[in-house]
Design a protein around this ligand. Sequence first.
Ligand code: NAI
Ligand code: A1CAB
Length: 256
Amino acid sequence: MKIGMIGFGNMAQAMLEGFLLKELVEPKDVFVCAAHYDLLCLRAQQYGVHACNDAQEVIDQSELILLAIKPYQVEALVPSLDFQEKLLVSVVAGYSFEKLSKLVSHGNTICIIPNTPIAIGEGITLVEEETNSTPEELASFMSLFSPVSLVQFVDEAHMKTALILASCAPAFADLMIEALGDAGVEYGLDRKMAYTLAAKMLVGTGGLYLEKGLHPGAMKDAVCSPKGMTIKGVTTLEKRGFRASLIEAVEAIEES
Ligand SMILES: NC(=O)C1=CN([C@@H]2O[C@H](COP(=O)(O)OP(=O)(O)OC[C@H]3O[C@@H](n4cnc5c(N)ncnc54)[C@H](O)[C@@H]3O)[C@@H](O)[C@H]2O)C=CC1
Ligand SMILES: O=C(O)[C@@H]1CCC=N1
């Protein structure tokens, strides 16, 4: 399948890396454009994909088009494009199907929110339930995204909350890896090893939940021995409002 990417920043490159890793597309079948052509050419060369002059050229060359520009760039660009009855898959946060499809000429639309771990085939892709895509188009979309991510269909009312947990929270996890890494370095661990331990701990703890389905509180209790080491850290985090901070972070985005 020939795929196009309008916008070739962090999210587009993460998706492309996942698709290439799982051999879902070949670089010669990928067409990309971005705001700065010279920089685009350099990045496109790194992946072996085609750099196009503009978004219309991307659409001309592709069968399925991914829209990966910033939300504030959508109104100025999308209405000027002719999608030629091809499928547009938008990753733009804050653009529901109802809002985006009004701007799309001659093409069906699926609104999704992926997350950056899609680059290693461990992503989450939230898909807004409302779409005008055909069953064939939906099957094409699934063939691309299900090998690289957990695909979850979500109603429009809950897309924002789901995207905070799936797509914003990787940044929270990164803060945790960085902070635990700093603490490890403070006590003499090599920095790379400290980050690796923290990162693998997050992957394994998440995996344990997904595999066993235990309550997170029960998983925490299983680590805390009576009068042991872990409970001292847990009670310190509770006094400092660790869980409340995470809840407030979600609320801050939700209410923005
Ligand atoms: N970064 C993330 O983790 C996630 C991002 N998203 C969504 O992905 C979209 C892109 O975000 P990022 O990749 O993080 O931003 P970015 O700033 O890294 O990339 C934006 C890209 O759009 C290009 N662009 C700007 N104007 C253009 C135009 N007129 N024609 C063609 N390309 C143009 C820029 O050159 C750049 O390549 C946003 O709408 C965001 O809401 C969704 C889920 C997660
Ligand atoms: O921060 C943002 O706006 C984008 C959307 C979700 C993750 N990154």
